[in-house]
Design a protein around this ligand. Structure first.
Ligand SMILES: Cc1cc2nc3c(=O)[nH]c(=O)nc-3n(C[C@H](O)[C@H](O)[C@H](O)COP(=O)(O)OP(=O)(O)OC[C@H]3O[C@@H](n4cnc5c(N)ncnc54)[C@H](O)[C@@H]3O)c2cc1C
Length: 294
């Protein structure tokens, strides 16, 4: 089938093209996942809407409420961003773990999130940072918290006439510690499990947790927040015993599948192990610095 390439000059043109080709058009960002899908004939779009020229999808802006990250930022740009490194180091740290230099140079945060491949590195971190997807269609826009954006296996809440414009994340408290741990067969592979934690220490009670957020990838059809474990950690003193119990509890919140890379049982077990490790690393960082710099 013939595939038309559309190069919009700006966001309005991109949204107009998205509306015109609602039935068989797809946006293309870095092309790292979409071109593989096309080559394997898993999708055959009649039109590709190239987001590369759309300036409005670029940039990383610091606002009073948080940080707004344009969908077309590549992993390389996340890694190089001074503001992300300073405020939310866990995000560039996760971007650094995405596959190879070539993939990081082209693959975008927007594409990573919209593709929603199990085992992708950015979704668990963005969940733990309370990320929101900022979506636009030609006539209006909407914001969707990421825990509602990921709806199923390779599925999201994105409608066929919408474009993901930005991901907004909150400023984490200055004393928060963020950690991302990826467990993969080789460093260039998708995660068997990817665990992101953001721990906010209780300033009044040394060692205690004011808030913990846990994002988990690779262990269910969608990346998810381990909300029951987060609730159990609130107010607890974060030591080895607590972290171990949290790992056990988190493993009951996931719903892994089996594939040639790992069985469901192994993935569940790795959630136990890596949630414990991530929490202990966060605790260590808080103890060392008096704060963690998420
Ligand atoms: C060899 C290889 C190894 C990889 N390893 C990893 C890994 O270890 N960890 C990891 O996290 N990822 C990995 N990936 C995936 C990689 O990070 C992809 O680049 C990313 O998932 C997709 O980003 P992209 O910009 O290339 O999106 P594209 O491939 O261009 O698009 C992907 C999908 O998202 C849609 N889309 C893209 N942008 C938007 C937007 N702004 N609005 C609406 N829809 C949009 C497209 O229509 C398409 O359906 C790997 C990919 C390859 C090829």
């Amino acid at each position: 089938m013939e595939c038309k390439l559309i190069r919009p000059a700006d966001l309005d043109q991109a949204l107009a093209a998205r509306e015109e080709y609602t039935d068989d058009g797809l946006p293309i960002a870095g092309g790292q996942s979409l071109l593989v899908m096309m080559r394997n004939r898993l999708v055959s779009p009649g039109a590709l809407i190239d987001l590369e020229p759309v300036e409005a999808l670029r940039g990383i802006e610091v606002q009073s409420t948080g940080i707004s990250i344009g969908a077309m930022n590549t992993c390389r740009q996340l890694i190089a961003s001074p503001v992300l490194r300073e405020e939310v180091g866990v995000l560039p740290a996760a971007a650094r773990q995405v596959s190879s230099t070539a993939v990081r140079n082209l693959g975008t945060i927007g594409g990573n999130v919209c593709h929603n491949e199990p085992g992708a590195d950015l979704p668990p971190v963005l969940l733990a940072l309370n990320g929101q997807a900022v979506l636009r269609r030609r006539t209006h826009g909407r914001e969707v918290p990421l825990d509602a954006f990921f709806t199923g296996y390779f599925e999201t809440a994105l409608e066929p006439d919408e474009i993901l414009c930005r991901i907004d994340i909150e400023h984490p408290p200055a004393n928060a510690a963020g950690v991302y741990l990826k467990h993969a067969i080789s460093p260039e592979d998708l995660a068997i499990v990817g665990i992101a934690v953001v721990v906010v220490p209780d300033a009044q009670r040394p060692g205690a947790v004011a808030e913990a957020r846990i994002g988990i990838g690779g262990a269910a059809p969608v990346p998810l927040r381990a909300t029951r474990t987060e609730a159990a950690l609130k107010g607890a003193v974060l030591d080895e015993k607590t972290a171990r119990a949290a790992g056990e509890m988190a493993s009951t919140e996931v719903d892994p599948g089996s594939d040639p890379h790992a069985s469901a049982g192994y993935r569940r077990r790795m959630v136990t192990v890596f949630v414990r490790r991530a929490l202990m690393q966060a605790a260590g960082r808080i103890e060392e610095n008096g704060h963690g710099a998420a």
